[in-house]
Ligand binder design. Sequence first.
Ligand SMILES: *[C@@H]1O[C@H](CO)[C@@H](O)[C@H](O)[C@H]1NC(C)=O
Length: 484
Amino acid sequence: MRHLIGGFLFCILAVKTFANAPTIHLPIYRRGGRFARHELANITALTRTISQVEERYSRTYTDVDRNRIVRRWHDGLIYRDRHMLDEAGLQGLWYTKLQVGEPRQTLEIDLDMLSPDFYTIMTTSGQGLKYDTFSSNTHEDFNDFPHAICRSSSDLFYFSDLISDMNSVRLAFPICQAPKCSRHTLAASGSILGLSPLGLGSLSRLESSSFIQQLLNQQKIQYNLFSLTILDSASGVLSFGGTIAAEVEETKIRQEIGLKYIDQPDSQAKEEEVNGALRFAIPPSSTHERHFKWTDVSNGAAAGWHMTLVTGVRVAGVKILKNQPVLLDINCPFILAPPVAAARLYESISGARRLVTLLDQPHEAWYEATRFWSFPCLSAIDISFEIAGWQYPVVSGERLREDDIHGPAGGRFSLGKVDVGTNSGTGYCVGLIVETAMGLRKEWQGSDMRDIWVLGEPFFRGLGIAFDLGDEKGKGSRIGLRTY
Ligand SMILES: *[C@@H]1O[C@H](CO)[C@@H](O)[C@H](O)[C@H]1NC(C)=O
């Protein structure tokens, strides 16, 4: 029944019968809309996107701090911390919208799962969406610098989920500006909401609290937790202090049962059946604790990012790989796999072959095609990942109607049909698990990304994923999953 929930974002946000603990729900969107469309796969464009995504993982290296492996930024030179200013407003990033200031302005805030920092970028380029401090009566500016290029500032932010204080909360929101004459004055204005863990190994660059830490300190939320739920390929919900599991289940159940009672929409029997199904899906007395299956953030991996261990990768029910370390990042539109693991996986899918074997040598895409695999578009792909003893389907399961209309041929596992440069068509589709070159080239030295998978947006679809950030030191951090 998953096709029923797609597109019901605002309906879900409106249903809040279970909200006893405060949880802040924000809608999220993918800038530029869905990634894989109903078109032939463009290998040149896909290769470019993979490189851009991979580059984000090359900016840190791993180090040892008090017997723990931690992740640190490469850029020692703070003035040249170019990535702080480069990122805002890029196509393909997931973002939320926040209401700020008086009179209220709506800012697009890009999500960043690789850093915990919350800040806004101001440039003079005229590009992007700029936070207008001059017109906000509630904006406050301070004369201190949490970073060499950022000064402290704060304003009122509005959340409809907050009951008291006119729905507002004052949050520190540093303003970062490019040094004059640097090429960054040409970058876009925008804002970043970092979601990576704090504590030892934190990748914070600002001496300023993260977004979630500020909400916690002001007791606006109860738990050091956020969760991500993608509803369709371009929208979803980001929740702070809790999850949206209860609301998603309730919407789903109401619609399923509503179909049965289509002639008698107000019947008592329908309400009873809805409540019964809900009590089963979401035990009412418990919080997120029992609504998700939890796994510790991987001990072996470097602290700083959301990483864990996939204990088994299965193709058609057969376990083909064990103990694969993974990084979760919604801003990656692929699943990136180390070459050996990718080969193993595709060799277990009948009919799958390397994309290069389908292309004629002279074709210009040939050189770029080496990291892609293809599969017969009509074959049913069944891949699941085992995490903490539970199986999560990666690309199988029901299709959304929206996918049929706008999505690529070959279904959820496809990046599009293979284009061989003629009009004949091949019946093969490009698989969304692609080989990553991370760790093999020089810029990844020390990044420790060599054997790591990146589970991007395709993994998030159909799942609720909760990130418990543990205590202030990051101890006890966990990742929770459930299927919808
Ligand atoms: C494929 O993508 C490249 C780079 O974005 C673009 O220049 C090219 O025109 C695209 N080709 C097709 C057939 O759309």
